[in-house]
Design a protein around this ligand. Structure first.
Ligand code: PMP
Length: 394
């Protein structure tokens, strides 16, 4: 005789796995040209530079590289990160920065620090899937803010704050995942002003802004007067160095950062020492900006190849955007089409994308899809969009 152990926590069963991951698994078979992933191009990793950085970390002190370290992060990586943020126009000290295990962890830490079950979290609609999972696991009530093709609508945001009294707004203002959208400067100022006036935390998730192919950098929300004491800015080394390092960072006001440090102690004590030290050696020895410039040049060509191909592949009446950077193009098929149904036919033609539906809170737009252009050459992209056209009977 044995008694059942008690049930899982409700939160563990209320949040499903990511359907994007399931689709990615399906498209990993050889020969598929996939626009589904959101992965950096592996052939562009600075493998030799990173190998040398790991060697340097071991040579400097293997005892240190292999030992436990502080929760806040390696001082030299915090300092180098702060210097990069400062160079982008937001004065930042090493002490303002917490190194995290990917920026995904920063999202979890901020969520467990701020969100109680039942609290309202505002999001763009559609938004990043793993953020929806983090908020779902915390028991948040996720409320979408109306958006247009440039992102959040500030007037609608102000109305919803007054009505819902949310804890925080989660936003990816630059080259958003999944839409590639970028919030214009005037709207950034408006969002910052509204957050200050109506009382709201801002979680500004920015893994993509370094991947800008044209146009000028826009200021972070965190850089606006009125937002500096209420904005958690999340950054990542995944798209500029390598995602396998699992290195991200959080820049937050002191009180919020200290609470996040306690949450991190409970989560993983600290981010891998050897990876942090290797990244710090890399930043000291190599020119990350030079490396990112080369990555940007390659991605820009790939973006343009996808844009050119979509004109031929997608049916009349389809629309799509032209992001100035990032990894994603967002498309919308004409009336009567369903991107999830199309995916089956696309996979049969050895091409894949992600339907937009899972990224929505509430009613999804079934005609939308996300296409990533980073992991294939321009030639492969041309073949891929031609297959997509055939899957669509073009
Ligand atoms: N935020 C957004 C919007 C993302 O697209 C991603 C990665 N796909 C992350 C956060 C997490 O990135 P990482 O944990 O690798 O830093």
């Amino acid at each position: 005789m044995s008694a059942h152990p008690p049930a899982f926590a409700a939160r563990a069963t209320s949040v499903g796995g990511s359907p994007v991951r399931e689709i990615l698994a399906l498209t990993e078979r050889p020969g598929v040209i996939s626009f589904a992933g959101g992965l950096p191009a592996p052939e562009l990793f600075d493998t030799e530079g990173l190998r040398a950085a790991y060697d340097a970390a071991f040579a400097a002190s293997a005892a240190r590289a292999l030992q436990y370290s502080t929760t806040e992060g390696a001082p030299e990586l915090r300092a180098a990160t702060a210097a990069r943020v400062t160079a982008r126009g937001l004065a930042t000290d090493a002490d303002d920065v917490l190194i995290t295990t990917g920026s995904q962890q920063a999202l979890s830490l901020i969520t467990s620090t701020l969100v109680e079950p039942g609290d309202v979290v505002l999001v763009e609609n559609p938004t990043y899937l793993a953020a929806l999972q983090a908020f779902g696991l915390a028991g948040a009530r996720v409320v979408p803010v109306p958006c247009d093709e440039d992102g959040l609508l500030p007037d609608a945001l102000a109305d919803i704050i007054t009505r819902e009294r949310p804890k925080l707004l989660y936003t990816v203002p630059t080259f958003q995942n999944p839409t590639g959208r970028t919030l214009p400067a005037a709207r950034r100022a408006a969002v910052a002003e509204i957050a200050g006036r109506l009382g709201l935390w801002l979680v500004e998730d920015d893994p993509y802004s370094d991947l800008r192919y044209e146009g000028r950098h826009l200021p972070w929300l965190a850089a606006h007067a009125g937002a500096e004491d209420r904005t958690a800015l999340l950054g990542s080394f995944s798209k500029v160095m390598a995602p396998g390092l699992r290195l991200g960072w959080l820049r937050a006001p002191a009180g919020l950062r200290r609470a996040a440090v306690v949450a991190k102690q409970a989560a993983d004590l600290h981010t891998s020492t050897v990876d942090q030290l290797a990244a710090a050696h890399y930043l000291a020895a190599a020119d990350l900006d030079d490396h990112v410039a080369a990555v940007r040049a390659a991605y820009r060509v790939r973006r343009d190849a996808l844009l050119a191909g979509l004109r031929e592949a997608l049916p009349q009446g389809s629309t799509w955007n032209r992001p100035e950077g990032g990894m994603f193009i967002w498309a919308r098929l004409p009336e009567g089409h369903d991107a999830t149904a199309l995916l089956k036919s696309a996979v049969a033609h050895d091409v894949a994308f992600v339907p937009g539906a899972p990224f929505y809170t509430g009613t999804p737009d079934p005609r939308t899809l996300r296409l990533s252009f980073t992991t294939h050459t321009a030639q492969e992209i041309a073949v891929g969009v031609e297959r997509l056209g055939r899957a669509l009977d073009r």
